[in-house]
Design a protein around this ligand. Structure first.
Ligand code: XMP
Length: 498
């Protein structure tokens, strides 16, 4: 009854997620008991098998922090100067789960005008004042709206209006997040700067952060490194300058580096992997993208610690139309997964994911993690501002191979080295406001757990075992079966936004 993967994916067709449907397995456990712990790459483990794509409308520090706090991980894009990417990496690695991400900090020598500009750009009401104007140096005070609003002369120095550190109630890194929350609540104040033993500013806790947490569904266990810092990935290219970028990213504490290319089976990636494995052995290198076993094998043989799978399946991709190469994503994940297993290296199913069912399919077909661009675009944590288009609140989302993104410099991903003609392999557009990923991810996770329960797999490891043994059975769906599996024959209906 039904086919094991080996039979379905060897018939001369390639399938994508919607083409394939799994048969249910036997349930003897609750959905809550499903363990989705997994690996992003050889040495990087997380509990929520979702990562955000290194795209300039998806992952900068806000997204990377939110993803890691929710148990997944974010990969910083590299369509920006090395210094900016490093800055984002440092923000993620210095962030403490449970506190404000990247709090606003200024120097005491800054003026009220600087404060006004910072507020206009980032919308904060209070700003911490530290010696160097960043976290990680001596806390000197706090400027609140009340301190600043009625002062006429906007050239006044912040040192003159701030509430001095000696008059502040402070939280401490030596206390737990819950204990610091209690101190803030009892203090009747709005903000609680968190300091270390030397009274250096480490973070900020606000009433709004607590309210925000209480109003959300509980999220997973944060993804942390061996020093307790949030996990963070970053993308680079394969040019000489990227070797320098990789070194600085490693120094900033980045845990895994993605070699970002739509076609990873190249001499450039082989050489880059060898170089990085030699020079930076403590950072995992994720190569790709690949869709065939031959491509995968070459990268694995030179030491890739992970593979990113997918070519032209992304929602903004035109690679298959422009270049006539690629593969249906379900087949690509299954086929590459078979080879990666031989090397004990996890694979990332990248692109084409639109719902929790697609994540279940990606994982059940052999992926260890699902990488999403579109799904996490348009969220609060995605870079860019919201604006209105035809009455709908939207944010920009664009392919890294779109003309729009390439104008900013991302053309190396699409190998347009000649520099004379830029051929777009992606589009640029908008997606609607989806709220915060912190709310979205717990729902996705629960959807995936229910999918695993239906499959009769109480963990990702178990799902991969039954896939390998051939007891996980599936079929391809006809067009009519796909229509039947979707919503039909309704006059109207409402749907959750993801
Ligand atoms: P989703 O479907 O999640 O896909 O939006 C995100 C993935 O798409 C890839 N990507 C591109 N592929 N042209 C392409 O052919 C592009 O311009 C482009 N930009 C991103 C990338 O793998 C990403 O993770």
């Amino acid at each position: 009854d039904g086919f094991p993967g080996e039979a379905l994916f060897n018939q001369g067709f390639c399938y994508t997620y919607d083409d394939v449907i799994f048969h249910p397995g036997f349930i003897d456990f609750a959905a809550d008991q499903v363990d989705l712990s997994t690996r992003v790459s050889r040495n990087v483990s997380i509990r929520t098998p979702m990562v955000s794509s290194p795209m300039d409308t998806v992952t900068e520090s806000d997204m990377a922090i939110a993803m890691a706090e929710a148990g997944g991980m974010g990969f910083l894009h590299y369509n920006m100067a090395m210094e900016s990417q490093l800055e984002h990496a440092k923000i993620v690695k210095s962030h403490r789960p449970g506190y404000v991400a990247n709090p606003a900090v200024l120097r005491p020598s800054a003026t009220l005008r600087d404060l006004d500009e910072l507020r206009a750009a980032r919308g904060f009401s209070s700003v911490c004042i530290s010696e160097s104007g960043t976290c990680g140096s001596a806390l000197l005070g706090l400027v609140t709206t009340r301190d600043a609003e009625l002062v006429r002369d906007r050239n006044t120095l912040l040192s003159e209006v701030m509430t001095s550190v000696d008059d502040l109630v402070l939280g401490s890194t030596e206390k737990s997040a819950q204990e610091n929350e209690q101190i803030l609540l009892e203090s009747k104040r709005g903000k609680l700067p968190i300091v270390d033993a030397k009274r250096y500013l480490i973070g900020l806790l606000t009433r709004a952060t607590i309210k925000d947490r209480l109003n959300r569904p509980p999220s997973g266990v944060p993804s942390i490194d061996k020093h307790g810092r949030l996990l963070c990935g970053a993308a680079i290219g394969t040019r000489d300058a990227d070797r320098v970028r990789a070194k600085y990213l490693a120094d900033a504490g980045v845990d895994a580096i993605i070699l970002d290319s739509s076609q990873g089976d190249s001499i450039y990636q082989l050489e880059m992997i060898k170089y990085l494995k030699n020079e930076l052995p403590h950072v995992d290198v994720i190569a790709g993208n690949v869709v065939t076993q031959n491509q995968a094998r070459r990268l694995l043989e030179v030491g890739a610690d992970g593979l990113r799978v997918g070519m032209g399946s992304g929602s903004i991709c035109t690679t298959q139309e422009v270049c006539a190469v690629g593969r249906g994503q379900a087949t690509a994940v299954y086929k590459v997964g078979q080879i990666a297993k031989e090397f004990n290296v996890p694979i990332i199913a990248d692109g084409g994911i639109q719902n929790s069912g697609h994540i279940v399919k990606a994982l059940a077909l052999g992926a260890s993690v699902a990488m999403c661009g579109s799904m996490f675009s348009g969220t609060t944590e995605a870079p860019g501002q919201y604006f209105y288009q035809d009455g709908v609140r939207v944010k920009k989302y664009r392919g890294m191979g779109s003309l729009d993104a390439m104008k900013k410099g991302s053309d190396s991903r699409y190998l347009s080295e000649s520099g004379h003609l830029k051929i777009a392999q992606g589009v640029s557009g908008t997606v609607r406001d989806k709220g915060s990923v912190k709310t979205m991810i717990p729902y996705l996770v629960h959807g995936v757990k229910q999918g695993f329960q239906d499959l009769g797999a109480d963990s990702l490891t178990k799902a991969h075992q039954i896939l390998a043994s051939g007891t996980m059975t599936m079929e391809a769906r006809t067009g009519a079966a796909q229509r039947e599996g979707g919503i039909h024959d309704m006059h109207s209906y409402t749907k959750v936004p993801w």
